[in-house]
Design a protein around this ligand. Sequence first.
Ligand SMILES: O=C(CO)[C@@H](O)[C@H](O)[C@H](O)[C@H](O)COP(=O)(O)O
Ligand SMILES: [Zn+2]
Length: 197
Amino acid sequence: MTTLHQRVQNHFAESIAAKRQAADLLSEAAAEAALLMFRALSEDGKILLCGNGGSAADAQHFAAEMTGRFERERMELAALALTTDTSALTAIGNDYGFEQVFAKQVRALGRTGDVLAAISTSGNSANVVEAVRVAHERDMKVVAFTGKDGGTIAAMLRDSDILLNVPHPRTARIQEVHLLLYHAICDCIDTMLLEGV
Ligand SMILES: O=C(CO)[C@@H](O)[C@H](O)[C@H](O)[C@H](O)COP(=O)(O)O
Ligand SMILES: [Zn+2]
């Protein structure tokens, strides 16, 4: 029987392997995502983020690093997680259904030139799929953080959007790679802001 210690070590080994694979597969797309977000922020746009469960936490984590800071002091950056307003989430969920909780906020707050960061490890959460649909309706670009085969979200992206798909079967591993990706994106945005690279 695998001991608990071995189980923990297996988690580390699997996570390291998933990150190694992602470094080859996704570094270029992550740099492009940083550039796309930097350009939007430079032109007075904002980043809206959405996701469920662990990905809701990721949406909030990334937004906090934009409005507060990542590692270096710099100006505040406009980002908002659509997962935090319990009045909006309960009213929209109750009145229109849970699929609409992000989409209606995107329709209300999203403008052309803004970016939607859509986070879903399956790529199939209906409320995130709807948010992407409305972002397109609003002429917003989308950076999709997905996993497995990318699901419905990967299939609906436009050429001007960016897909960061982690082709791993396990949700936890996908989330861990998403975290690394958006920290790298934060660093790239800071570098462009502070060093003009
Ligand atoms: O964090 C975890 C599992 O690690 C869960 O809370 C997970 O985020 C939830 O089951 C989500 O509802 C999954 O949605 P999605 O990533 O497929 O869009
Ligand atoms: Zn989790």
